[in-house]
Ligand binder design. Sequence first.
Ligand code: HEC
Length: 313
Amino acid sequence: MTRPSIFSRFLKADGSLPLARQLSLTLALIFVAATLVAGVLLHVIFSAQASAQIERQSQFFMDSMLAVREYTSRQVNPIVAPLNDQGTEFRPEAVPSYAATSVFSYLRSNPAYQSFSYREATLNPTNLKDKADGEETQIVEAFKADPSLKVLSGNRTMALGTFHYVAKPIRITKASCLVCHSTPERAPKSQLLTYGNSNGFGWGLDEIVGAQIVTVPIEEIENARHQSLVITSGLIIVAFTLVGLVTNAVLKRLILRPMRAMSLKADEASVTPGTVEFGERRRADEIGLLARSFERMKQSLVISMQMLKDRQP
Ligand code: HEC
C-alpha cells in the first residue's frame, strides 16, 4: 500500500515524484511561507525602529534648543539687558528666542543638518520671520484650544519631502517677558528702533503665543530602513537557497545514489545471486540495514537455487 505523500493535497502526487523533487518542493513551500512571515515581521520591526529613531532625534533637537534658550535667559540676558536699556542700538543677543534661532542657523550650515528646521512660530511675532504659516498656525491654535497639551508631533509634507515635526507650546510664564512683549511703552527704546512698535506686543501672562517646532527629514531614515529590509531579506533568501542546495546534495549522496545502486544490484541478484555483492552493508545507518537484509535474501536465494540444482536428476 502506498502512503499518500504530503503533496497529495497540493499536487495530487501519489509518490510518483522523485524524492529529491518532493524535498525541493517541501523546502520551497517552507521557504516561501517563512520569507513572507519574516518579511512582514521585519517590516513591522524596522518601521517601529525608524519611528523611534525619528522621534528621539526630534526630541533631542528640541531639548537642545530649550537648553540654549535657558542659558541665554539665565546667563546672557542679565549681562546684555542693561546695554539695551541705555543705548540706541538693540542687542538681540539678550533675547532667548534670538539665541536659539541663531544657534540653529549655525547648526544648519553643517550639511548633515541642512534639511532640519527649528521655528519659534508665533501668531503675533516681534520679528516677522517668526510669523506662523498656515500649518504652524493650526498647531498653535491646537495648543491654545487645549492648554493641557504638552507636545504635538506628526508628519508634514512640504515641497522638499516629508518631515517629522515635534511641537511644544510657548507660554508666557515670566512677568519679565512682558517688559518687551506687552506694550511698546514698556519695551526698551532700542528694541522699537529695530523691530518697530506694531508687532510682538499685547502678549499676556500665561498666554500661549506660539509654538517651538522642530522638523527633521524622514527620507534618510526611511531610506536606511528600506535598505536594511532589502539586505536582511536578501540574506534570508541566500541562506534558504544554500540550505536547500546542501540538503538536496546530502540527500542525493547519502540516500538516493546508494538506493539506486542497491536496486540495480537487487535486480541482478534475482537472476544471478552468486555474482552480486551488497557492499553498502558495511554502513551503520539504515541504508546499511537495508543492504544487510538484501544480502541475507541473496544468500537464501543462492542456497535455494543450489538446492533446486542438486535435486535435478
Ligand atoms: C529685552 C526684551 C525681551 C525680553 C525680556 C523677552 N523678549 Fe522675546 N523677543 C524679543 C525680541 C526683540 C524678539 C525678536 C528676536 C529676533 O530678532 O529673533 C523676541 C522674540 C521672541 C519670540 C519669537 C517670536 C517673535 O516674537 O519674533 C518668542 C516666542 C519670545 N520672544 C518669547 C519670549 C519669552 C517667553 C520671554 C520671557 C522668558 C521673552 N520673549 C523675553 C524681546 C524680548
